[in-house]
Ligand binder design. Structure first.
Ligand code: HEM
Length: 216
């Protein structure tokens, strides 16, 4: 079964409701017209989508995955935060630069935006607003933008190696949540494949600030 996405798909909130979301989730900026423009063009984005084999059919499976994952958002975040919390080398990036203690308020604020990101990943329209926010996500993982959103005094840069490595836990852990539905095994497999392509695509876009000028 396929789940074609149409341009009139109501899955992504309209601009007005995005403004409402921005107000309720501190630091959330999808659709914010004051966000810097991505250095990547929509044409380059299309070529990347082609390269990760992200098709319209995948976009349909992402929409279907969204309906299954959205009600499980907190449980998914518990798994991801549990993973980070169990590994001091990862928890380090949420910790105070001064004394190395985890900043619980920082963890909580990022968690709220992480939950919205699950929804935005399954609802993505791949338009200019989405692309611009992708660039912002990348900056927020580097010394160019980390800590700025929440005005915290944490370590100032997430090392690139972990950005790439994190693709594995962010994708592998999603499968049981997709399976916790009335979807058949084949549908779960296709939803997971679409999720994985989307996460790889986003991680590529977030890599921009890490790469030497001219090399991206
Ligand atoms: C596939 C790789 C990754 C994904 C999909 C991902 C996802 C996200 C998301 C959705 C946010 C919230 C962004 C926002 O709206 O502000 C975020 C922020 C953050 N992530 Fe990641 N992340 C990845 C890799 C990592 C790694 C490896 C670490 C290290 C533990 C990490 C630590 C953080 C921190 C500290 C923030 C807050 C940054 C800030 O100060 O604004 N992330 N990440």
């Amino acid at each position: 079964m396929s789940f074609p996405a149409s341009p009139s798909d109501p899955a992504t909130p309209a601009t007005d409701s995005l403004a409402g979301l921005r107000a309720s989730i501190p630091g959330y900026r999808l659709g914010d017209p004051t966000l810097s423009r991505s250095p990547i063009t929509l044409q380059e984005l299309d070529l990347l989508k082609t390269t990760v084999l992200l098709t319209d059919e995948d976009v349909g499976y992402l929409r279907r995955a969204g309906a299954i994952l959205a009600p499980q958002t907190e449980a998914i975040l518990d798994v991801w935060y549990g993973f980070v919390g169990q590994h001091p080398h990862l928890l380090h990036y949420f910790s105070n630069k001064s004394d190395g203690a985890p900043d619980l308020e920082y963890l909580g604020r990022v968690r709220a935006r992480f939950g919205q990101w699950i929804k935005d990943t399954t609802n993505a329209r791949y338009d200019q607003a989405w692309l611009d926010y992708q660039h912002e996500f990348g900056l927020r993982h580097t010394r160019a933008g980390k800590n700025r959103t929440d005005n915290v005094a944490s370590v100032d840069h997430i090392h690139f190696r972990y950005l790439i490595a994190f693709i594995v836990p962010i994708t592998a852990t999603i499968e049981p949540f997709l399976a916790r539905s009335d979807a058949g095994a084949d549908e779960v497999k296709k939803m997971l494949a679409a999720w994985t392509k989307s996460v790889v695509l986003q991680t590529v876009l977030w890599s921009y600030p890490y790469v030497k000028p001219g090399d991206f």
